[in-house]
Design a protein around this ligand. Structure first.
Ligand SMILES: C[S@@+](CC[C@H](N)C(=O)[O-])C[C@H]1O[C@@H](n2cnc3c(N)ncnc32)[C@H](O)[C@@H]1O
Length: 362
C-alpha cells in the first residue's frame, strides 16, 4: 500500500516482519506478508463525528455469517468483566462487526483486526489509513456487469496495490451473499432481469459514511492496526508487539467460519482440522482471555467439552471455560427465511452476565 500523508501522520515505524513470523499452518499457503506497521497504543481521542458510531449498519462489508445480532451479547460479556480490556483483538475479522460497534459505543477502548484473506485485509488497511482515497474511488467506480467481470479477473502486480481494497468492496457488495471467491455470480444474475440488480447493495453515500467511520476509529487511536495473517500468527504477534499488556488486559474475540458453511465461503476453506486446531489452541495455549462464537454444531460442543483450560505452555492458565447459548433473531439466516438460530458462546472471561438470554450449554 502506498503510504500517504494521512497514514504517515499516524504510523510510527515500518519494520521487516520476517523475524516475527510464527510457523504457518500446513493447511494453507501463507498470505503475502507486507511490512508490518508498528503502532504503539496511545490514549484514544474523541471521535470527530460521534453520530457515525450510532449508524445502524457500520461495516462497509456484507459478510457471510456476519454476527451483528451477536454484538450486544458480547458487549454484555465485556461489561460483566470490568475493567474493560486495553485491547480487543479480532483475528477472524471478516466484516469486523463486533469490533466496529464496540469501539464506537466505548465498550472497548482499542481493537486490532486481522484476516488471512489478503483481499479482506487490504480493504481494512486502506479504509483505515486512507479513507479519503477509497471514498473517491468508490464515487468514481461504475457499478456494472462489465466492472464485475473486470474485478473478478483483476490480479494485482503488487500485493500492496490499493486497488485490492476496491476489488474487495466491489465484489463484496455486488456478489450473491457477499462471497469474494469461488463461483458465486453477480446479484441479479448475468441477465440483470430481477428486481434486485447489481447495484442494489451499493449505496455510495452510505458506504462512504461507513468508510469514514473506519478512518476515524483509526485516526483516534481506537482501531490500532490491521494485519493480514493466519489467526495463530495474529495471537502470537500480539504478544510480541504489545509485551506490556497483561493476560487480563487483552480479550481475543474468535469468530471462525461456520462449521456448516466454511468449506465453500472462504478463500482457503476451513475444514475439520482447522476447527480442531482452533479448539486445541484455545484450550491449551491461548495466553489471553478469549470469547469464541460458533454455530451450535455437535462437533463444536464436543471439541469444547472441557470445563477448564488444560495448559501445555507456561503462558496459558487454568482458566474456567463457560459455555452459553444465545438465540439470534435478527441474524443473516432470518433473511433467508430460516428463522432464529442458536449461537454458541464459549469464554474464559471470569463472569457470565446474569441474564436469561444466556442459556447454559455445559
Ligand atoms: C465468519 S467470518 C468472520 C465474520 C465477522 N466476525 C463478521 O462479523 O463479519 C470468518 C473470516 O475468517 C477469515 N479466515 C478464514 N480462515 C482464516 C485463518 N486461517 N486465519 C484468519 N482468518 C481466516 C475469512 O477470510 C473470513 O473473513
Amino acid at each position: 500500500m502506498m503510504i500517504t500523508a494521512r497514514s504517515q501522520k499516524t504510523l510510527e515505524t515500518t519494520i521487516d516482519p520476517s523475524p516475527l513470523q510464527a510457523p504457518q499452518s500446513s493447511l494453507r499457503p501463507s498470505p503475502p506478508s507486507p511490512p508490518l506497521h508498528l503502532r504503539p497504543l496511545r490514549e484514544v481521542e474523541p471521535l470527530p463525528d460521534p453520530s457515525l458510531a450510532r449508524m445502524r449498519y457500520q461495516s462497509p462489508l456484507r459478510y457471510p455469517g456476519a454476527k451483528s445480532g451477536l454484538v450486544k451479547h458480547i458487549q454484555q460479556f465485556i461489561e460483566a468483566n470490568q475493567p474493560a480490556p486495553e485491547l480487543f483483538a479480532e483475528p477472524f475479522a471478516g466484516g469486523a462487526s463486533a469490533t466496529l460497534r464496540l469501539l464506537g459505543d466505548g465498550t472497548i477502548k482499542r481493537a486490532l483486526i486481522a484476516d488471512a484473506d489478503p483481499l479482506v485485509a487490504a480493504f481494512w488497511k486502506v479504509a483505515a489509513t486512507d479513507p479519503d482515497w477509497l471514498i473517491k474511488r468508490l464515487w468514481d467506480e461504475p457499478v456494472t456487469l462489465q466492472r464485475w467481470d473486470y474485478w473478478r479477473a483483476y490480479v494485482p502486480a503488487d500485493p500492496e496495490d490499493r486497488e485490492l481494497a476496491v476489488k474487495c468492496l466491489f465484489l463484496n457488495r455486488t456478489t450473491f451473499s457477499g462471497i469474494l471467491h469461488g463461483r458465486a455470480g453477480p446479484i441479479g444474475g448475468r441477465a440483470q432481469k430481477s428486481d434486485y440488480d447489481i447495484g442494489c447493495r451499493f449505496n455510495k453515500d452510505g458506504l462512504a459514511q461507513r468508510i469514514r467511520y473506519v478512518g476515524d476509529l483509526y485516526d483516534t487511536g481506537r482501531l490500532v492496526d490491521v494485519w493480514c495473517k493466519d489467526w495463530r500468527d495474529t495471537i502470537t504477534d500480539v504478544r510480541k508487539r504489545y509485551p506490556l499488556l497483561g493476560q487480563d488486559q487483552v480479550v481475543v474475540y474468535v469468530d471462525p467460519p461456520y462449521v456448516a458453511k466454511s468449506g465453500r465461503l472462504y478463500q482457503y476453506g476451513f475444514g475439520t482440522l482447522d476447527h480442531l486446531a482452533v479448539a486445541a489452541y484455545l484450550i491449551s495455549r491461548m495466553p489471553y482471555r478469549w470469547i469464541l462464537s460458533y454455530d451450535d454444531h455437535p462437533d463444536i460442543r464436543q471439541y469444547y467439552q472441557t470445563q477448564q483450560m488444560r495448559p501445555t505452555r507456561p503462558e496459558a492458565r487454568r482458566w474456567r471455560i463457560h459455555k452459553r447459548l444465545v438465540t439470534l433473531r435478527y441474524s443473516a439466516s432470518d433473511r433467508t427465511g430460516r428463522g432464529p438460530t442458536d449461537e454458541l458462546l464459549v469464554t474464559t472471561l471470569r463472569h457470565v452476565p446474569d441474564h436469561e438470554a444466556f442459556r447454559p450449554a455445559d
